[in-house]
Design a protein around this ligand. Structure first.
Ligand code: TSJ
Length: 643
């Protein structure tokens, strides 16, 4: 749009009106800009600000980014970059820094003004954070002066002002998320810590520090990885305590068409695959073209090498699954205009990236194998072993189980099935323990709710190939009841229930069962998680009652709120604590946990499942040190419903 350039003052007014309308739109529909006003959206505000500082680091002007959680859940992010430009921008007549915080989608170029202000490689921009904050303050240090501006719910309290002299450079942004917008304001140290560590791995050499100043004791961690994604792979392996197949992480990188791609990979002696991928530092949990290109090239290079080296004979052909057994890989691509697709917008769609990654990996890995034949040999040997095991398992399964166990013809004996057959509305509760199973069977709506009680010993899925999983007494009834197969034979369309609900006690044992089952689904039935079929039931932890009035509480905070509500005048409150599902009678279980009109359920995300998978590896792994460390690290934070 062309603007008639009038007097400076008029323009300022016009712009101000547009600006206020823009930020008002963000406050009216926050979901459009940050996805949700739940905890995820709240934490997203921090990433948004940090991403802007990371852009400065990527340009080479900033080495340290500090994030502080201050009392009252105020966030402060400080970098040592050049400082956001304070010069007047021709187009708006405003200082560039003011524009950054008040103009929606300030990304891209700011024309003749001379300042190119990027709104983060992917971000919605700092103005969105400003709009959704009760207040926000920015301080810029340009090596000569300190500048400051403050905003309330997106509107400037005063114009940018020069406050004093400094020899330092950098930017500090401090903000308080708005309680009128967000459901709750509690920042989770672990969540921020995990994300900032990821950022530190993805941006080699940039120091990321996180400090929590809310409690009596300050909690702080500072992370900087010169090795970048190579260090990421090393860190994952060390944390899981896995035995490595070869000493060095393989690192491959290249560029083309204005995009860059880098891959770090290493094999361990387990049977699991862990592939983490990122596009512009955004975690692409649903995969996409960069993952496709990588998988394609890996399979091809290993087959070619195996043939050339005489390890693979005529007729031998390694499948993708074979070459990824025991593989940990991190893929990171950076591109101009990323297209995020899929249910959670976590799948990279840019078609040109498939070829780019596949070419880079194809060439670089071939060269690497030529120069490191012993590594190549170890990997091909392992893939060949996987291939044979898979073939043997398939044959065994075809012979023995095809008809009997895996087809709907014979459902598990303990399953109390529902009467409806159409899988649109049906649900299956997987319940640990016979007494809870009994209550659930009695309390359910048998038309659409099926109950499967679990019994027996859980298999260590870490150590098991698919053939063992099929034979396990605890897992087999689940596979059979769901009726959609498993592993490469999984057909989600065949699932017999729309919702698969894990129901376990809110204690340590229950938490273990949830971790085990989520890990099992993650490893062997992943599409069910991706398609949103897996849920976790949330039984209440307390019942607060006074005479005939009673309320169920699902957290200590709720318990206290209901107590205050029912006992405004004091007196000894009647509070029952539920230690296990077995303590509830069938009607109570229905009312609190199973009735679709009343219950609270958590839908399991890929993130939850990945977390469970990591926890599981640590808890079940060979090495004692990582397990001890994990338990020590988490002991004080383990909450009842932590999965
Ligand atoms: F986004 C933000 F405003 F919230 C924010 C931006 C928050 C934080 C903590 C840091 C930053 C930020 C921005 N740090 N560094 C910069 N750099 C620039 O904006 C900048 C500086 C100089 C020049 C130039 O061309 O001279 C250009 C830019 C984009």
């Amino acid at each position: 749009m062309e603007h008639e350039h009038g007097a400076q003052e008029n323009q300022y007014d016009e712009n101000q009106i547009q600006v206020l309308e823009g930020l008002e739109a963000v406050r009216k529909r926050p979901g459009m800009y940050i996805g949700t006003t739940g905890p995820k959206g709240l934490h997203h505000l921090v990433y948004e600000i940090v991403d802007n500082a990371i852009d400065e680091a990527l340009e080479g002007y900033c080495t340290h980014i500090e994030t502080e959680i201050l009392p009252d859940n105020v966030i402060r992010v400080t970098d040592d970059g050049r400082g956001i430009p304070v010069g007047i921008q021709q187009q708006t007549g405003l200082p560039a820094v003011t524009v950054v915080f008040t103009v929606l989608h300030a990304g891209g170029k700011f024309g003749n003004g001379g300042y190119k202000v990027s709104g983060g490689l992917h971000g919605v921009g700092a103005s969105v954070v400003n709009a959704l904050s009760e207040w926000l303050e920015v301080e810029v240090r340009d090596g000569r002066h300190v500048y400051r501006q403050r905003f309330t719910r997106g509107k400037p309290d005063f114009d940018l002002r020069r406050e004093g002299d400094t020899t330092e450079t950098g930017t500090t942004v401090t903000f308080k998320p708005d309680s009128q917008i967000f459901e709750q304001l509690d920042f989770d140290f672990e969540v921020l810590h995990t994300r900032l560590r990821e950022e530190a791995f993805l941006n080699a050499g940039v120091r990321m520090t996180l400090t929590d100043r809310r409690g009596l004791e300050v909690r702080q961690d500072s992370m900087c990885y010169e090795g970048g994604i190579r260090s990421f792979v090393e860190w994952i392996h060390a944390r899981k305590g896995l035995t490595l197949l070869h000493e060095d992480v393989v690192y491959l990188s290249g560029e083309g068409g204005g995009s860059t791609a880098e891959v770090a990979l290493q094999y361990n002696d387990s049977y699991n695959e862990l592939l983490l991928s990122f596009a512009n530092n955004v975690n692409t949990g649903e995969g996409g073209t960069h993952e496709d290109g990588f998988k394609l090239a890996l399979t091809r290079v290993l087959n070619d090498y195996g043939k050339r080296a005489g390890i693979l004979k005529e007729g031998d052909k390694l499948a993708g699954e074979d070459v990824r057994e025991g593989l940990t890989a991190v893929i990171s691509v950076k591109l101009q205009d990323p297209q995020f697709e899929g249910q959670t917008k976590a799948k990279l769609g840019n078609t040109e990236i498939r070829g780019l990654v596949s070419n880079i990996v194809g060439q670089a890995l071939t060269t690497y194998f030529e120069e490191n034949p012993s590594v190549a040999r170890a990997i091909v040997d392992k893939a060949m072993t996987a291939n044979r095991a898979r073939e043997a398992a398939r044959k065994a399964r075809e012979l023995t189980r095809r008809k009997s166990a895996l087809e709907t013809a014979s459902l598990p004996g303990k399953l109390a099935d529902c009467s409806e057959r159409d899988n649109v509305r049906t649900e299956i509760y997987i319940v640990e323990g016979d007494s809870a199973g009994g209550s659930a069977k009695e309390g359910r709506d048998r038309r659409f709710q099926a109950i499967l009680p679990l019994w027996g010993k859980m298999l260590n899925v870490e150590k098991a190939r698919l053939d063992k999983v099929y034979g396990n007494e605890k897992l087999l009834p689940i596979i059979t009841a769901l009726g959609c197969g498993i592993g490469e034979e999984l057909d989600p369309a065949k699932i017999r229930y729309n919702k698969v609900i894990i129901m376990a006690d809110a204690d340590v044992d229950g938490s273990h069962i949830r971790t085990l089952l989520l890990t099992f689904f993650f490893r062997h039935m992943r599409p069910l998680i991706e398609q949103g079929h897996i849920y976790i039931a949330q039984p209440p932890l307390f019942r607060v009652s006074r005479g005939k009035k009673m309320r169920y509480a699902y957290s200590e905070i709720e318990r206290d709120a209901y107590t205050a509500e029912l006992y405004p005048d004091g007196g000894k409150p009647d509070i029952q604590r539920y230690k296990g599902l077995g303590e509830m009678d069938p009607h109570q279980l229905w009312e609190t946990t199973m009735d679709p009109d009343n219950r609270v359920m958590l839908q399991v995300t890929m993130e939850d499942a990945m977390k469970a998978d990591a926890t599981f590896s640590i808890l079940m792994g060979d090495k004692v040190a990582p397990r001890k460390e994990f338990i020590e690290e988490n002991a004080q934070y383990v909450t009842n419903l932590d999965v």
